[in-house]
Design a protein around this ligand. Structure first.
Ligand code: PM9
Length: 463
């Protein structure tokens, strides 16, 4: 089992957790329609649903809240946010939004045109949804290894240049007007791209006049992996690596609820040269989010974010975070639980198809596995498989993605080693009785982003 690197902080305030019985949790899960999104937080013991908006803020961030300038227009905290974005990430222009999907909405409505092909290093649910709402067609250009949970490739977030070239050859740069790269690719298991790969993609795109817009939601964790693994970067600070990543893009959006170390917030940011797009987004933010100097955030939220962007670059914090994830990954791996390898930067991902091989993917093994883990120990996780992928708009069939995963997502600076040990035990207990676990069928299926609100009931496989 890997040794855990101690966290470079201590606990100042505690939030009690409720211990519940198995019978009670079973009832909660039935009432939630076997969807962990529909559970009440008070009924959850260890909440590994998401790392989004669940971070613990530092004492400096809490102090920053008190410096919130809650003016409708021209809040000083907006200036602090713009300064942090420029200093740390290098972007000259910032459009604040209430969270990541607010930024995605503005970006895709203002950049993507009907019929555009939008290559990404794997899809993310809300990103693809906004690209499609704008009339774009998502295309996956991630390396094949990313779709194989067992592959130990260190750069599963890389773009496969040949896949990208084939797309551009087929549709031309008139329809492939942008490439989107996300660091620490969420749906692939929190897997990083290398700077070498990003530079190659940049070179390829520059020659053809294609722009790169990044989803920098988990940029610090990717930067840490680059420092740890990529030749030539071990002496670089995480902050410099983050800036270097951004330097190879034209702009970016960020859900600040992850590596911004805040509970709410997001932004769009652009480099010089993108003034026209920046102005279009800035004009639209007032329609959907709020004035262009707050974009749906309170002044205090912007202050906490400006501070959080600085704190997340701390290599000691990132080392402890990654080591905590590796501890959980290692405990599960030792017991033979099928996992995504290598361990990612924001969660430990279970390979639900290998965990429950008797269930066809249309019986939603990952959805059921997440439900079982909750009923076992009160640990909440998230399905990242067939339910999340939704239906193909043309065929109407479930997309049946190559990865059928359950994500145990670790909030930043929140849980201890003992919590990780408890979570691992809960998963291992489910693993020991895996043959007897039934599948699920929909009793309610929303049309878009169905995973958030869908309801299910158990169904026993017939094959
Ligand atoms: N990610 C997550 O839990 C929040 C819930 S959606 C299932 O992983 C990326 C890479 C994300 C992301 C949200 C968003 C949207 C954009 N890009 O949730 O709107 O991981 O702030 O950001 C979630 P917001």
């Amino acid at each position: 089992m890997p040794r855990c690197i101690p966290e470079p902080y201590k606990i100042k305030m505690v939030e009690p957790l409720q211990v519940t019985t198995r019978e009670y949790r079973q009832q909660c899960m039935e009432e939630a329609g076997y969807n962990t999104f529909l559970l009440k937080s008070k009924d959850v013991f260890i909440d590994l649903l998401t790392d989004s908006g669940t971070s613990a803020m530092s004492e400096v961030q809490w102090a920053g809240l008190m410096r919130g300038d809650e003016a409708y227009a021209g809040s000083r905290n907006f200036d602090h946010l713009c300064e942090a974005v420029e200093e740390i990430l290098g972007y000259a222009y910032t459009v604040p939004t209430h969270q990541g999907r607010g930024a995605e909405h503005l970006f895709f409505q203002n950049f993507v045109q009907a019929g555009d092909v939008v290559p990404m290093n794997m899809y993310f649910t809300t990103t693809r949804q906004h690209a499609e709402l704008a009339g774009g067609v998502f295309q996956d250009v991630i390396v094949d290894e990313a779709h194989d949970p067992a592959s130990k490739c260190l750069w599963k977030g890389n773009v496969d240049l040949e896949k990208l070239r084939a797309l551009v050859d087929k549709y031309g740069p008139e329809r492939v007007r942008m490439v989107s790269m996300a660091p620490n690719v969420n749906m692939a298991g929190g897997q990083p791209f290398s700077l070498a790969n990003l530079k190659e993609v940049r070179q390829f795109c520059e020659r053809r006049g294609i722009r790169i817009f990044m989803d920098i939601t988990r940029i610090a964790e990717n930067a840490y992996f680059i420092k740890e693994r990529e030749e030539g970067y071990s002496d670089w600070s995480v902050r410099d690596i983050m800036r270097e990543i951004c330097a190879h893009s034209d702009g970016a959006w960020m859900s600040a609820k992850k590596d911004g170390l805040v509970n709410i917030g997001g932004f769009l940011a652009f480099h010089k040269g993108q003034e026209e797009l920046f102005e279009r987004c800035r004009r639209m933010v007032v329609v959907y989010e709020g004035l262009h100097t707050y974009g749906g955030m309170a002044g205090r939220d912007m202050e906490a974010l400006a501070i959080g962007l600085g704190e997340v670059c701390d290599a000691d914090y990132l080392a402890a975070r990654v080591s905590q994830l590796r501890l959980l990954h290692g405990m599960l791996d030792e017991e033979g639980v099928p996992l995504v390898h290598p361990c990612g930067g924001h969660g430990v991902f279970l390979d639900a198809q290998a965990f429950l091989p008797h269930l066809d993917q249309d019986l939603f093994p990952a959805q059921m596995l997440a439900a079982q883990i909750y009923m076992e120990g009160g640990v909440r996780s998230m399905e990242r498989g067939n339910v999340s992928a939704g239906r193909d708009p043309e065929s109407g069939q479930n997309r049946r993605p190559p990865l059928e995963l359950v994500r145990l997502t670790v909030p930043r600076r929140v849980y201890t080693q003992t919590h990780m040990e408890y979570a691992a035990e809960s998963v291992i207990d489910v693993f020991r009785r895996r043959e007897r676990i039934p599948g699920l069928k929909f009793t309610y299926e929303p049309e878009v982003l169905r995973f958030f609100q869908a309801r299910f009931e158990p169904v026993t496989p017939t094959r």
